[in-house]
Design a protein around this ligand. Sequence first.
Ligand SMILES: Nc1ncnc2c1ncn2[C@@H]1O[C@H](COP(=O)(O)OP(=O)(O)OP(=O)(O)O)[C@@H](O)[C@H]1O
Ligand SMILES: [Mg+2]
Length: 423
Amino acid sequence: MLIKQLSLSNFRNYAHASLDLHPGINILVGENAQGKTNFLEAIELLSTGQSSRTSVESEFIRHGKEKMHIEMHFQARQTDESLALSLFHAEELSHAQTSINEKQKKRTIFVNGVTYSLMKKLRGRLTTVGFNSFDLNLVRGGPGFRRDWIDSVITRLKPSFYEQLSKYQKVIQQRNKLLKSLYENNHLSARDNGELDAWNEQAANYGSTIIYWRYKILQEIIEKAKDYLALISDQNESLSMLYRCRGLIGENNEKEQFASQNFFDTSVFGGSSGEKSYLQNEKDIAQMLLHSLNKRRLEEIVRGQTLSGPHRDDIVFLLNNKEATAFASQGQQRSLVLALKLSELALVKEHLLEPPILLLDDVLAELDLKRQSLLMSQINSDMQTIISTTHVSSFDSALLENAHFYKVKSGTIAVNKNTITTR
Ligand SMILES: Nc1ncnc2c1ncn2[C@@H]1O[C@H](COP(=O)(O)OP(=O)(O)OP(=O)(O)O)[C@@H](O)[C@H]1O
Ligand SMILES: [Mg+2]
């Protein structure tokens, strides 16, 4: 895949900017707060319909402006394609187009010139793998970061997974609404029970697919992550992972025991291991989910929320059998995150027919030489790479020799004609 051109109009701190990108390594250099991350964010937004920084769309519009437009021309599957997004502030349109749905008025998506209103239409056409400062949240952050990460990895390998996720989320929203109203009514009729049964079936069906895929892809990730970690750390730390189902109530005594801790852990074994687990079969998972949803019915009504299912699950990383979040040193946590992200990159490369776009937002300079060179060894000329940095002094000279440089300054971006050296 290859991004040929990106144009930004009133996006973040850019008034108007247009840049042709090179197929190989592109390095954006600029001081702090000049627009480097914003540039990469526009690529992320166009390729996934989401930004790692915000879900508030109006934040993308340049302060004081009413409308923004971003547009990307790229090549994928040997075909020239384009993606674009226009956003308006809602109030600008309120009197002119009152009859159209509010959300549709605020944004227009263009996929190869055809217009749509839903962000999801941007997905699945251009695949990126991004490394940025938020990645440390994979170890240090809450369960939501880890769930979003594994879901985003799966979505890139299997775009239809996103549909499963959004269907599941809708079921949980509706089910929670029903639970709350049942609590307010203070009565559970046979009809209510029947309605809950129907939601339980759906939650278990969609939920089991999500857990099944998360577990399956984690099995591929752990094998790679072990190898990367061995390359980064001299101490030969052993890495293992658990998929933690929260709120699950098992049908036999063994699983009841786990339920007393309010979670049920399953080890994630790499592909070569012959170990069997509860999470290798979608039907088994669906049955466990359904059983838990049925058993916790009254508790859920009282609490007004769905207590078991993939929306509450977590991934636990263990270094030398100890939870990395609580016990790993900062250096160990960084190594683990890098190993996980490199595994993500390797996996996406393996599953796609052509290399994805690699986006490195200010991460290289943060790494010591050993970690930096491991990351660099994954950058090759057939994968377009866009790197942002405040300075190139610590960069490997081989990387700099082959790179194309751009200067980012106060919301402008241009080819840097001055030769950049390591000194
Ligand atoms: N909607 C907006 N309108 C105008 N300016 C904005 C908007 N959103 C963000 N900015 C500004 O854009 C500037 C550049 O942000 P960006 O995150 O791209 O910086 P950066 O070059 O990556 O810096 P750093 O090296 O510190 O990461 C910031 O000063 C920020 O306040
Ligand atoms: Mg930045």
